[in-house]
Design a protein around this ligand. Sequence first.
Ligand code: SF4
Ligand code: SF4
Length: 427
Amino acid sequence: MRKRSFFGLSTPCFKYELATDASASPVAIPAPEQVTLYIKKPFKQASSTLKVGTPVQTGQRLVLNENDDVYAISSVTGTVCAMAPFLADYGNAWTAVTIKTEGNEVIDPEFSAAAEAPSLETLTRFLAAGPGEPDFAPLMDERNPVSTIIIYGGNADLLIDTSLYVLKNNIEAINAGIEVLRKATGIEEIVIAVPEESVQNYSGHLDARIQPFSSQYPYAQPLMILNSLTGRLPDETGMASLGIHFLRAESVAAIGKAFSTGCLTIEKNVTVIDKQGVKHMARAKIGTPVAALLKAFGVEVNDQDKIIFGGPMTGNAIYSEDLPLGPDTDAVMVQDKSIIPLYSDYPCINCGDCVRVCPANVPVNLLIRFLEAGQYAEGADLYDLYACIECGLCSYVCVSRIPIFQYIKLAKYELGRTLSAEEMNEQ
Ligand code: SF4
Ligand code: SF4
């Protein structure tokens, strides 16, 4: 267990968590009085299907307008009590739908009929807002056909137990999910990536080829796994050009359970890391406010403490305990204000620590100069932005405390937006 700040060392050597038989069962968080779910479309005052007062059932698809393909899945039975715009990371405009929970849970029947025949359309229509938030769009892209699905059984960041817990305790559901994926997509090559020390736990139990990865950080980063499997990294077009698609183990387990039972999974496993660095495993409905999760473990958040979705190297800070657990939130970490390392506006002193630590050999000291100036395309062309596997080690070692990792994520996001706009113009 790590108790000290993640800043201050110059030669980090971190190990991921390993699956152990000692993992405690998750604490079940009771259904909260309200859940908030995001529909990843801008809020419009007039929605044809959803408004304040609309009754909803557990497992119901929530869309703003009929025929929308962007949706959330209600994790409770109740009544919509608020709808509002929500500004997500990088300025993404979404709609926040808050539902007041009612006592008697009623399961929406729509999925159970569709579950009888697994198909990619059914996966896309019902499972994309479930645990792990799987992206099915690349599996439907005929221009860049996917030939290999990699089921990701590791945690991309340190201290997090979620994926290992799910993998270890849901082998039957994961095998059922693999069968559904094969039937629905026709893709036979399914690989499951697991930490090398844990291979014996899964060998012979999973209906997929097992690919071990090192337990040393950052070798379990999906991009590192991709690189070790193919010797390549995606360019600005993402994974599409490589014919490989990643799905989290929790998503595949949810797919398996859904098609076996006819009910969608509306809960999420999450690792809670408290201010002392003690870890807890929880299971809560998607949309549960973070405050309810923290209260269950006696974590008190004071002024200027930091709440982070994700792990210490690559997680994102959130600004309120009222924000909800999302389908892809694997960890919630709380840092006491006394140990929070602050970023600075000091200039780069060209010490070279970031270059020495970078597993992808990115000339970070040069790249950061372009990114700080907003010259993203130049940085990508000249200094190998797309070789970055997003591990955050450069930010960790930077003596000037420049938020390098955040600059890199922003640059990739902005370049991705430019590319999408160009593609739309060409159509
Ligand atoms: S540039 Fe930074 S975040 Fe990217 S791979 Fe190198 S060390 Fe990791
Ligand atoms: S960006 Fe930070 S770590 Fe890299 S050379 Fe500059 S001061 Fe050193």
